[in-house]
Design a protein around this ligand. Structure first.
Ligand SMILES: Nc1ncnc2c1ncn2[C@@H]1O[C@H](COP(=O)(O)OP(=O)(O)OP(=O)(O)O)[C@@H](O)[C@H]1O
Ligand SMILES: [Mg+2]
Length: 204
């Protein structure tokens, strides 16, 4: 089933639950029976599905190429939030397929949203580099760092979604955090492994 139809089903379920609640609004027992919890569950699932749909949409700015589009995002972030944001790359001409490019674009978006919401940072540095068969995206902020005790918020989808999307690309995701700030590191495979050409000389 597609994400859009999953979302559609959650919305239908939500619609049914809300109309039942309306009918039974005088009946306090309905609340006790967990109807409200059920509705909240559907709302959470819908939020998650809509987020996935948006994440999978390819942003038009990627037409410019991955490096200019990430650079554009850094400028846009700086302009909107007044937080100094540097972008550096070792490879201006880097070329990557649409799918991993979309993932990196969305992952940076999510990471920068977290900086605005949680970090209290005044400076962000983004580094994009390629080495051997790896592409590395590092995003560092000089904010307060991740909370020492686990966040009480039950539903946090951002970092979990990032982890899922990076692992779908067979990549790795790690976080370094201290009182001096947070660094997120994304590593994904890049380029064609040489042994593939060795096994299939016609592809070289
Ligand atoms: N750059 C950051 N600096 C400080 N804390 C951060 C940073 N990024 C994430 N966090 C912490 O990690 C938690 C989890 O982040 P995550 O993006 O998963 O959830 P969220 O932002 O709280 O909610 P949402 O589901 O809307 O993204 C945040 O609540 C916040 O406490
Ligand atoms: Mg978040």
């Amino acid at each position: 089933m597609s994400w859009a139809s999953i979302c559609w089903h959650y919305l239908l379920a939500l619609r049914i639950e809300v109309s039942l609640l309306k009918d039974e609004s005088n009946n306090v027992a309905a609340w006790r029976e967990g109807r409200v919890d059920k509705i909240l569950k559907h709302v959470d699932s819908t939020v998650k599905s809509v987020r996935t749909i948006i994440n999978n949409l390819r942003p038009a700015v990627l037409d410019l190429g991955l490096v200019p589009s990430l650079e554009w995002q850094a400028r846009d972030f700086e302009r909107r939030n007044g937080i100094w944001c540097e972008f550096h790359t070792t490879d201006e001409n880097l070329s990557l397929d649409d799918e991993p490019s979309t993932v990196l674009f969305r992952v940076l978006q999510e990471t920068l949203t977290n900086v605005v919401r949680h970090a209290k940072a005044t400076h962000v540095r983004i580094d994009l580099s390629t080495e051997a068969n790896r592409l590395v995206l590092r995003v560092s902020d000089n904010g307060v760092g991740l909370p020492k005790v686990r966040n009480r918020k039950v539903k946090s989808f951002g970092l979990a979604g990032i982890r899922e999307r990076i692992s779908m690309l067979h990549g790795e995701f790690s976080i370094e955090s201290s009182d001096a700030g947070t660094t997120l590191i994304f590593v994904i495979p890049y380029g064609q492994p040489q042994d593939l050409f060795d096994d299939h000389p016609e592809m070289a």
